[in-house]
Write a protein that binds this ligand. Structure first.
Ligand code: AMP
Ligand code: MG
Length: 493
């Protein structure tokens, strides 16, 4: 097969549209992925491929290796690197896809549209000092976590394939190069708008906002102030998303504004991890020295990111800057209530509360405080509460817990639903398994060090049904042994 040939399997099912590439060229650079020496397909997501209308059989062999490495382009693709800016750890920077190429938008048989992006596909005009490449471990990590989030019902970008490139990538040492194929409702970010706003060209900004509305919120077109409504919709989506992270014990790790998607999908969570023992101050990322993106700070950080989004939109919201700022501020001030609503709805489900009482949030918060004091495992505590008998454990034996348990039982008594019904609800909202850090590392080590992908495949299988109790002996539900070193994650380079 020749490099960058556009001749490929007619039955693969590609159906590309390229609406983003039809916007003004200020929003991207046109270029092909940089071909790699020896592409090998190591992971392929059959389930996602079918949703996309792709034919797994046509893509799993050599053809897939060439397409998902960027060595050949699927029919209809118009590859680009997207331009964007962003606040990284609070500081504004001009960025852009420094190691990613958007092939285009695959239109599914149901008429849905998904960006198909190669991550680790070589240098672009936005690469700055970077090499444009990615290594195998972090790409597999994104694959595992994105599939886990998806199975938990949390909106997220997903992973279609991983190829190894047969080329070394130099970090602290030489590592295996790899490319992840990622799908997303779109890659529009708060940072895309910050980029447009920084160019100080209202026409460009308007074009981008109209594009976002058309793509994600088409019903807003006829609103009296569609741009203010766009802000409100994105705020709603992000409040809901971050509430779901909080309920699942998920820490994104690098909530820069360039990693906040307009679609409300979780994206670019390189140093992410799930918390074991409940502690709002939990940080895993090795570069997050100040704990800016700690578990408990995620709601306030997303509100901060939304404020940056509002600032970018101001010229479209009202011609008078003061009026515009007032209107945006007013919407932004609703964030806490909206977030709280999503969080409390989820917490009620986690506690099996089918009715609403004013003290429900107090009940949940008292439990969390106690879990913090006892260093209780976040996931397993809720799962324990969903079972009919509690295991032997220091917290469950404590007076504090017995007092709380009495209050909870009395609360359950006051609702008409049977205990069995509320337990059933709890079991569909409290996962039995999350991607435990040591299990993820074990899967990555087998794949990266020993070329053994079976550990990862087994883990993915369990994570695809997180609410089902896996066999006890496999231990997927267990937190890391107490002897384990504090867990550290690294940005996905
Ligand atoms: P991320 O942490 O993946 O969200 O990336 C933040 C920014 O750094 C984006 O603009 C990336 O394109 C860029 N970047 C990350 N790694 C590399 C790399 N190896 N080469 C070039 N750019 C990179
Ligand atoms: Mg990013």
């Amino acid at each position: 097969m020749t490099l960058n040939s556009r001749q490929n399997h007619p039955d693969a099912g590609w159906r590309f549209d390229n609406t983003y590439a039809r916007l003004s060229e200020v929003f991207y650079a046109r270029l092909d992925p940089v071909p790699v020496r020896e592409p090998k397909l190591v992971v392929f997501n059959d389930d996602l491929a079918r949703i996309l209308g792709l034919n797994p059989d046509a893509l799993k062999g050599q053809e897939g290796a060439f397409i998902f490495s960027g060595n050949i382009l699927p029919q209809g693709a118009e590859p680009i690197a997207q331009a964007y800016a962003g606040h990284q750890f609070g500081s504004f920077t001009i960025l852009g896809d420094g190691r990613a190429i958007l092939l285009g938008e695959q239109v599914t048989p149901e008429g849905k549209r998904f960006d198909i992006q190669l991550k680790g596909s070589g240098k672009t005009p936005f690469s700055r000092q970077g090499d444009g490449r990615a290594t195998l471990g972090p790409m597999l990590r994104e694959y595992i976590i994105s599939e886990a989030l998806h199975a938990l019902g949390i909106p997220t970008t997903r992973s279609l394939a991983v190829v190894t490139t047969g080329e070394p990538v130099y970090r602290e040492k030489a590592l295996q190069g790899a490319i992840l194929t990622r799908t997303a409702s779109s890659h529009l970010r708060v940072g895309t708008f910050e980029y447009a706003a920084a160019r100080a060209n209202p026409k460009e900004l308007r074009t981008l906002a109209d594009y976002a509305i058309h793509r994600h919120f088409p019903n807003l077109t006829t609103d009296t102030n569609p741009y203010l409504s766009l802000f409100a919709e994105v705020l709603e989506g992000q409040a809901s998303l971050v509430a779901r992270w909080m309920l699942a014990g998920f820490i994104h790790g690098v909530m820069n504004t360039d990693n906040t998607a307009l679609s409300g999908e979780a994206i670019d969570y390189g140093p992410c991890a799930f918390m074991d023992a409940y502690d709002p101050n939990t940080v895993f990322s090795s570069i997050d020295i100040q704990g800016r993106y700690a578990y408990g700070r995620q709601p306030q950080i997303i509100q901060w990111n939304l404020a940056r989004f509002a600032e970018a939109l101001l010229p479209l919201i009202h011609e008078d800057p003061k009026e515009a700022a007032e209107m945006a501020k007013q919407k932004l001030s609703q964030f806490s209530d909206i977030f709280r609503h999503h969080w409390l709805t989820g917490m009620r489900a986690k506690l099996g509360l089918m009715t609403q009482e004013t003290d429900d949030s107090g009940l949940a918060e008292d439990l969390l405080d106690m879990m913090h004091r006892f260093e209780a495992d976040y996931t397993n505590t809720f799962r324990d509460l969903a079972s009919s008998s509690l295991p032997d454990d220091t917290m469950y034996q404590s007076r504090d817990f017995k007092e709380w348990y009495g209050r909870w039982q009395a609360r359950l008594e006051r609702q008409p639903d049977s205990r069995e019904a509320s337990r059933r609800v709890m079991k569909t909202f409290n996962p039995a398994v999350i991607p435990r850090n040591h299990r993820v590392e074990e899967a990555l080590e087998a794949a990266v060090e020993h070329d053994d992908f079976t550990v990862m495949e087994r883990l993915l299988e369990v994570l695809s049904r997180p609410y089902r109790q896996p066999p006890e002996e496999a231990g997927y539900h267990l937190p890391a042994p107490a002897s384990a070193k504090p867990y550290r994650t690294f940005c996905g380079t």
